[in-house]
Design a protein around this ligand. Structure first.
Ligand code: FES
Ligand code: FES
Length: 164
């Protein structure tokens, strides 16, 4: 990281597996840098104060609210966004969200997907209560909570059975 004039900060980080270098004002959040400097608009901005989970990404493998992280803090680190866990046509998890009708307006879904992937990376076969607890920081104004839980549960079951 190098700090220049006008409090600009040059950050080099691994974003979705690719090395990226970008320059931002020192006060820029990771959320805003992802959306504005890096064009990764899948990560959504809502409350901007750590309350809703819409901006969830993974930082060095841990789910974080990117609105609470400065872009400068990710220098030398790895960031994974919803674009980085997506595939053409949707992952099994994303397909499950669709099949269960969990995607209403869709605004919260990228954050829900990241929190669910984080949970499944830590706990491949979570109970319904464990899913509810792990995803309690992701708010859904469309109140798709039960459908989201069902989608995560189904994905876990399928992944576990596939891995045998
Ligand atoms: S926008 Fe970050 S938690 Fe709401
Ligand atoms: S699907 Fe609309 S906020 Fe969750």
């Amino acid at each position: 990281m190098s700090v220049g004039t006008e409090s600009l900060v040059t950050v080099t980080a691994t974003i979705n597996g690719e090395p990226r270098t970008f320059t931002v004002p020192g006060h820029r959040t990771l959320l805003d840098a992802l959306r504005s400097e890096l064009g990764l608009t899948g990560t959504k901005s809502s409350c901007t104060e750590g309350e809703c989970g819409a901006c969830t990404v993974m930082l060095d493998g841990h789910a974080v609210n990117s609105c609470l992280v400065l872009a400068a803090e990710v220098d030398g680190h790895e960031v994974l966004t919803v674009e980085g866990v997506s595939v053409d046509g949707g992952t099994d998890l994303q397909q499950a969200f669709l099949e269960h009708g969990a995607v209403q307006c869709g605004f919260c879904i990228p954050g829900q997907v990241m929190s669910a992937e984080y949970l499944l990376s830590r706990n491949p076969d979570p109970s319904v209560q464990e899913i509810r607890d792990a995803m309690s920081g992701n708010l859904c104004r469309c109140a798709s909570y039960n459908r989201i839980v069902e989608a995560v549960r189904q994905t876990a079951t399928k992944r576990v059975s596939t891995r045998g």
